[in-house]
Design a protein around this ligand. Structure first.
Ligand code: UTP
Length: 286
């Protein structure tokens, strides 16, 4: 079996971020920082570390801060150079994604619709999708690409959640398990009533381009949105389809508590500020 390598990644960043208001009224949710880096930069770095070469952002109105973040900041760089300041914190950002491509989603009609907006750039190739409001520590996409290179087809993240939370996520109906890979028999978005398992789909996907053809005709599903899960479900049986269990940590930064937890976890792990934060947290909780 020849497996076509994954070279392109789509980052849907056109959502409204309503769970994070008022912070996201004038600022994209994906620009929220965890310690000192915006969420979108963590996600882009994760993709580049996995060997992705083409970065595709699906943006919308009010998201220009994202484009500026990956562009040259002439005044900042000239001033820092003139003052003899080290450029290492900003230098890598604009070089790393090469030339990112920006496409617009004119209305936030759902994740499936956002991914579909990138169809012309994706073309006839497998592609990754990374949702930047989920911060993964430990190289999730790299691990997924390694697994994909073995089995091909579609490989999506699979993560166990408590039974009481399954109605919040896309859920996998699992078949045979082989190490970290689980065969996917069916998918259901935000199941009402009994869920087929407690394996949810975190925001990481490697998909075949055929999903775009399904999205061409996909009707709105749960929440009135065009759901990626519903389109992916139609690929099952026509192509290999696996869930991949990640060996690392996931922080749901689209949620306020998850974002605060991510800040604490990543700050504690930092060499420069970890011990000061640890002392403070210890004193705070007594
Ligand atoms: P979310 O559902 O978590 O983001 O989508 P949201 O809609 O912005 O957030 P809330 O629920 O209102 O707080 C996950 C990712 O998909 C993107 C979002 O920008 C986010 O990165 N997205 C979602 C789109 O690009 N377009 C959409 O229509 C919906």
């Amino acid at each position: 079996m020849t497996v076509k390598p994954v070279k392109k990644a789509v980052f849907p960043v056109a959502g409204l971020g309503t769970r994070f208001l008022p912070a996201t009224k004038a600022m994209p949710k994906e620009m929220l920082t965890v310690v000192d880096k915006p969420l979108i930069q963590y996600a882009v770095e994760e993709a580049l570390e996995a060997g992705i070469e083409q970065i595709i952002f699906v943006t919308g109105r009010g998201k220009s801060a994202l484009e500026d973040h990956f562009d040259v900041s002439y005044e900042l760089e000239a001033t820092m150079k003139a003052r003899g300041k080290s450029m290492h914190l900003i230098e890598g950002i604009r070089q790393k994604p090469g030339s990112p491509v920006y496409v617009r989603q004119q209305e936030p009609l759902g994740l499936g619709h956002a991914v579909w907006c990138a169809r012309e750039i994706v073309g006839d190739e497998p592609f990754a999708v990374l949702l930047p409001d989920e911060l993964m520590v430990g190289g999730f996409m790299r691990q997924m690409v390694e697994a994909y290179n073995q089995v091909g087809g579609n490989v999506i993240g699979a993560l166990e959640v408590p039974d009481s939370e399954t109605d919040k996520y896309g859920i996998i109906s699992p078949g045979q398990r082989d190490g970290r890979l689980t065969e996917v028999l069916a998918l259901v978005e935000k199941p009402k009533g009994k869920a087929p398992s407690n394996l949810m789909i975190p925001g990481r996907y490697i998909l075949q381009p055929e999903v775009m053809k399904i999205l061409d005709a996909q009707e709105p599903g749960a929440g009135g949105e065009i759901q990626l899960t519903d389109a992916m479900a139609k690929l099952i049986g026509t192509q290999p389809f696996h869930g991949f269990t990640f060996d690392g940590a996931r922080h749901d930064c689209g949620d306020k508590a998850g974002w605060v937890q991510a800040n604490i976890a990543l700050a504690l792990a930092r060499e420069d500020i970890g011990s000061a934060v640890r002392d403070y947290v210890r004193a705070l909780i007594g």
